[in-house]
Design a protein around this ligand. Sequence first.
Ligand code: SF4
Ligand code: SF4
Length: 172
Amino acid sequence: MNSLVKYFSDFFSALKSLLTGMKTTLKVFFRKKTTELYPEKRGSLYVAEQFRGRLEMVHTEDNHHHCVACGICQMNCPNGTIQVESQTVTNAEGKSEKVLVAYRYDLGKCLFCELCVRTCPHHAIRFTNRFENAVFTREKLALVLNRPGSSLQPKPAKPAPADTNTNPAKPE
Ligand code: SF4
Ligand code: SF4
Protein backbone atom coordinates (compact mmCIF):
# COMPACT_ATOMS: atom_id res chain seq x y z
CA MET A 1 0.00 0.00 0.00
CA ASN A 2 2.81 2.32 0.98
CA SER A 3 4.56 1.74 -2.34
CA LEU A 4 1.34 2.70 -4.19
CA VAL A 5 1.12 5.99 -2.27
CA LYS A 6 4.75 6.69 -3.01
CA TYR A 7 4.22 5.92 -6.70
CA PHE A 8 1.36 8.44 -7.03
CA SER A 9 3.17 11.01 -4.92
CA ASP A 10 6.22 10.81 -7.21
CA PHE A 11 3.99 10.89 -10.28
CA PHE A 12 2.21 14.08 -9.26
CA SER A 13 5.44 15.67 -8.14
CA ALA A 14 7.01 14.96 -11.55
CA LEU A 15 3.88 16.21 -13.32
CA LYS A 16 3.99 19.44 -11.34
CA SER A 17 7.64 19.97 -12.33
CA LEU A 18 6.82 19.28 -15.96
CA LEU A 19 3.93 21.75 -15.98
CA THR A 20 6.08 24.41 -14.32
CA GLY A 21 8.68 24.00 -17.06
CA MET A 22 6.03 24.04 -19.79
CA LYS A 23 4.51 27.22 -18.35
CA THR A 24 7.86 29.00 -18.77
CA THR A 25 8.32 27.57 -22.27
CA LEU A 26 4.90 28.77 -23.40
CA LYS A 27 5.37 32.20 -21.83
CA VAL A 28 8.66 32.70 -23.73
CA PHE A 29 7.22 31.23 -26.94
CA PHE A 30 4.49 33.89 -27.15
CA ARG A 31 6.65 36.78 -25.91
CA LYS A 32 7.38 39.61 -28.39
CA LYS A 33 10.64 38.78 -30.16
CA THR A 34 13.52 41.22 -30.38
CA THR A 35 15.92 40.67 -33.23
CA GLU A 36 18.99 42.90 -33.46
CA LEU A 37 20.26 43.12 -37.01
CA TYR A 38 24.02 43.02 -36.85
CA PRO A 39 26.11 44.29 -38.51
CA GLU A 40 23.44 45.93 -40.72
CA LYS A 41 22.11 48.16 -37.93
CA ARG A 42 25.32 48.65 -36.02
CA GLY A 43 24.52 52.28 -35.19
CA SER A 44 21.23 51.54 -33.44
CA LEU A 45 22.31 48.31 -31.79
CA TYR A 46 21.33 47.95 -28.15
CA VAL A 47 24.10 46.64 -25.90
CA ALA A 48 23.36 46.56 -22.17
CA GLU A 49 25.47 49.11 -20.32
CA GLN A 50 26.67 46.53 -17.81
CA PHE A 51 27.92 44.20 -20.55
CA ARG A 52 31.66 43.62 -20.03
CA GLY A 53 33.25 44.11 -23.43
CA ARG A 54 36.79 45.07 -22.47
CA LEU A 55 38.74 46.84 -19.78
CA GLU A 56 39.71 50.49 -20.20
CA MET A 57 41.48 53.12 -18.15
CA VAL A 58 39.54 56.21 -17.21
CA HIS A 59 41.12 59.40 -18.59
CA THR A 60 40.05 62.99 -18.10
CA GLU A 61 39.83 65.51 -20.94
CA ASP A 62 43.28 66.77 -19.90
CA ASN A 63 44.74 63.28 -20.48
CA HIS A 64 45.08 62.47 -16.80
CA HIS A 65 44.33 59.08 -15.29
CA HIS A 66 43.84 58.02 -11.66
CA CYS A 67 46.17 55.03 -11.55
CA VAL A 68 48.82 55.19 -8.82
CA ALA A 69 50.45 51.96 -10.02
CA CYS A 70 49.76 50.20 -6.71
CA GLY A 71 49.34 46.83 -8.48
CA ILE A 72 46.26 45.77 -6.48
CA CYS A 73 44.35 44.95 -9.66
CA GLN A 74 47.27 42.85 -10.90
CA MET A 75 47.40 40.92 -7.62
CA ASN A 76 43.66 40.25 -7.71
CA CYS A 77 43.47 39.19 -11.34
CA PRO A 78 43.04 35.40 -11.32
CA ASN A 79 44.45 34.97 -14.81
CA GLY A 80 47.60 37.07 -15.02
CA THR A 81 45.90 39.39 -17.49
CA ILE A 82 47.25 42.65 -16.09
CA GLN A 83 50.87 43.80 -15.83
CA VAL A 84 51.44 47.15 -14.15
CA GLU A 85 54.79 48.57 -15.17
CA SER A 86 55.94 51.41 -12.93
CA GLN A 87 58.99 53.40 -11.96
CA THR A 88 59.97 55.37 -8.89
CA VAL A 89 60.64 59.06 -9.41
CA THR A 90 61.32 62.02 -7.15
CA ASN A 91 58.38 64.37 -7.09
CA ALA A 92 58.31 68.17 -6.82
CA GLU A 93 58.32 67.91 -3.00
CA GLY A 94 61.51 65.82 -3.10
CA LYS A 95 59.72 62.60 -2.11
CA SER A 96 59.96 59.24 -3.87
CA GLU A 97 56.82 58.40 -5.80
CA LYS A 98 55.75 55.44 -7.92
CA VAL A 99 54.39 56.39 -11.32
CA LEU A 100 52.72 54.32 -14.00
CA VAL A 101 54.77 53.58 -17.09
CA ALA A 102 52.53 51.07 -18.88
CA TYR A 103 49.30 49.39 -17.89
CA ARG A 104 49.32 46.18 -19.93
CA TYR A 105 46.10 44.24 -20.40
CA ASP A 106 45.78 41.08 -22.46
CA LEU A 107 42.22 40.93 -23.68
CA GLY A 108 42.81 37.41 -24.95
CA LYS A 109 43.35 36.17 -21.38
CA CYS A 110 40.61 38.16 -19.65
CA LEU A 111 37.84 36.27 -17.86
CA PHE A 112 35.66 39.41 -17.59
CA CYS A 113 35.20 38.74 -13.89
CA GLU A 114 35.64 42.46 -13.05
CA LEU A 115 37.66 41.71 -9.90
CA CYS A 116 40.26 44.26 -11.04
CA VAL A 117 37.67 47.03 -11.31
CA ARG A 118 36.04 46.20 -8.00
CA THR A 119 39.31 46.16 -6.08
CA CYS A 120 40.90 49.29 -7.56
CA PRO A 121 40.89 51.82 -4.72
CA HIS A 122 41.05 54.78 -7.12
CA HIS A 123 38.36 53.85 -9.65
CA ALA A 124 41.05 54.11 -12.30
CA ILE A 125 39.72 51.34 -14.56
CA ARG A 126 36.30 50.27 -15.77
CA PHE A 127 34.64 47.98 -18.23
CA THR A 128 33.23 49.34 -21.45
CA ASN A 129 30.44 47.58 -23.33
CA ARG A 130 32.31 47.85 -26.65
CA PHE A 131 32.15 44.30 -27.90
CA GLU A 132 33.73 44.38 -31.35
CA ASN A 133 37.09 43.02 -30.29
CA ALA A 134 37.80 40.56 -33.09
CA VAL A 135 41.33 40.71 -34.53
CA PHE A 136 43.35 38.39 -36.72
CA THR A 137 46.24 37.66 -34.35
CA ARG A 138 46.41 37.14 -30.60
CA GLU A 139 49.24 39.68 -30.33
CA LYS A 140 46.77 42.41 -31.21
CA LEU A 141 44.80 41.58 -28.07
CA ALA A 142 47.71 42.72 -25.89
CA LEU A 143 46.83 46.33 -25.10
CA VAL A 144 48.34 49.24 -23.19
CA LEU A 145 45.51 51.06 -21.46
CA ASN A 146 47.19 54.29 -20.35
CA ARG A 147 47.12 56.74 -23.23
CA PRO A 148 50.37 58.09 -24.68
CA GLY A 149 51.50 61.18 -22.77
CA SER A 150 48.95 60.70 -19.99
CA SER A 151 49.89 61.24 -16.37
CA LEU A 152 48.40 60.92 -12.91
CA GLN A 153 45.66 63.41 -12.09
CA PRO A 154 47.33 65.99 -9.84
CA LYS A 155 46.02 66.17 -6.28
CA PRO A 156 43.95 69.27 -5.54
CA ALA A 157 45.98 71.94 -3.77
CA LYS A 158 45.64 71.84 0.01
CA PRO A 159 43.56 74.72 1.36
CA ALA A 160 45.53 77.37 3.23
CA PRO A 161 45.40 76.81 7.00
CA ALA A 162 42.57 78.77 8.61
CA ASP A 163 43.51 81.84 10.60
CA THR A 164 43.30 80.64 14.20
CA ASN A 165 43.99 84.02 15.71
CA THR A 166 40.67 84.82 17.37
CA ASN A 167 42.11 87.68 19.34
CA PRO A 168 42.36 90.54 16.85
CA ALA A 169 44.73 93.36 17.73
CA LYS A 170 43.09 96.16 19.61
CA PRO A 171 42.67 99.40 17.65
CA GLU A 172 45.07 102.07 18.84
S1 SF4 B 1 38.23 41.13 -15.52
FE1 SF4 B 1 39.13 39.51 -14.24
S2 SF4 B 1 40.44 38.36 -15.64
FE2 SF4 B 1 39.98 40.30 -16.66
S3 SF4 B 1 41.66 41.64 -16.11
FE3 SF4 B 1 40.08 41.99 -14.59
S4 SF4 B 1 40.54 40.61 -12.88
FE4 SF4 B 1 41.72 39.92 -14.67
S1 SF4 C 1 44.29 50.43 -11.80
FE1 SF4 C 1 43.83 50.80 -9.66
S2 SF4 C 1 44.42 48.96 -8.56
FE2 SF4 C 1 45.38 48.87 -10.61
S3 SF4 C 1 47.42 49.71 -10.28
FE3 SF4 C 1 46.09 51.40 -10.94
S4 SF4 C 1 45.34 52.33 -9.02
FE4 SF4 C 1 46.20 50.31 -8.48
